[in-house]
Design a protein around this ligand. Structure first.
Ligand code: SF4
Length: 264
């Protein structure tokens, strides 16, 4: 599909998706022409979507970005979710050459030192693997919700992602966290035990902390950065986002700014 036809499809899709429940939304996308990929971070919203995909007859591919810095609880949940729903969750990993180049330039945990270094890490551990996960996809399904943060308050059901030339589908955009929690309980959906320990939003272990009562859901992500729009760039464009260049590039070029964006 061309960019123009994708863009013109978005408005219609938004109207159609608004009137459907989660299963109906997934069924609608699955029936469209083109490949649909759901990328899961194994967070509570994503588990709701994975469970619906697992129970339905949808030809939707499920993938995850195994950054190499995930919590053990998250890694264990990938296996458990596959067993529970009898599905395959495709893992996409960072390249070892990028890991080595980053460590040589910034240090393995250099992301604490600057936003640039953090974006570079998210770039090779998340953005590059995401690009592979979305290869050939026309529809990218995500677990974004409007209530997750101010930056996500306007999340539509469908939006055109010009950088990736696909349509992003957010079937839980209008779900509250309370609705999510009630659904998980009633359907006995397996979730990350860290949610019970004060982690509503879970990313890589070194970059996620538990939140305090009253803090926004995503306050525990990159908590040392003083920026309301802290994102890894998977979903919210950041002008200063960086990623690693091709693995053969010199380490001094690691922070080359990316014009485009870098889940979760
Ligand atoms: S969240 Fe932290 S560890 Fe994970 S890719 Fe981003 S900077 Fe690296």
């Amino acid at each position: 599909m061309t960019s123009l036809s994708l863009e013109s499809t978005v408005e219609t899709l938004n109207q159609q998706l608004a009137g459907l429940d989660l299963t109906g939304r997934l069924a609608l996308v699955a029936d469209l022409e083109g490949k649909a990929v759901f990328t899961t971070s194994l967070g509570i919203e994503d588990q709701v979507i994975t469970a619906a995909i697992g129970k339905g007859p949808f030809g939707i591919e499920v993938s995850t970005l195994e950054t190499g810095r995930l919590f053990n609880e998250t890694v264990a949940l990938i296996d458990r979710t596959e067993e529970t729903y009898g599905i395959l969750i495709k893992r996409f990993y960072p390249e070892q050459t990028d890991i080595d180049a980053y460590a040589a330039t910034y240090g393995l945990n250099g992301f604490y030192d600057s936003v640039e270094a953090r974006h570079a890490c998210c770039g090779f551990r998340k953005l590059k693997p995401l690009a592979k996960a979305l290869e050939g996809a026309t529809y990218w399904i995500t677990g974004l919700r409007r209530g997750q943060s101010g930056a996500r308050a306007e999340t539509p059901f469908a939006e055109f992602d010009a950088d990736r030339n696909l349509i992003k589908i957010n079937p839980l955009a209008d779900w509250s966290i309370e609705t999510i929690q009630a659904h998980v309980a009633s359907e006995a959906i397996p979730v990350n035990p860290l949610h019970q320990r004060g982690y509503p939003s879970i990313g890589c272990e070194p970059c996620t902390r538990a939140i305090k009562p009253g803090e926004p859901e995503r306050a525990g992500r990159w908590w040392w950065e003083n920026d309301e729009k802290r994102e890894c760039g998977l979903h919210v464009p950041e002008a200063a986002s960086s990623t690693l260049p091709q693995s053969t590039t010199l380490a001094s070029d690691l922070a080359t700014p990316l014009a485009s964006s870098i889940a979760r």
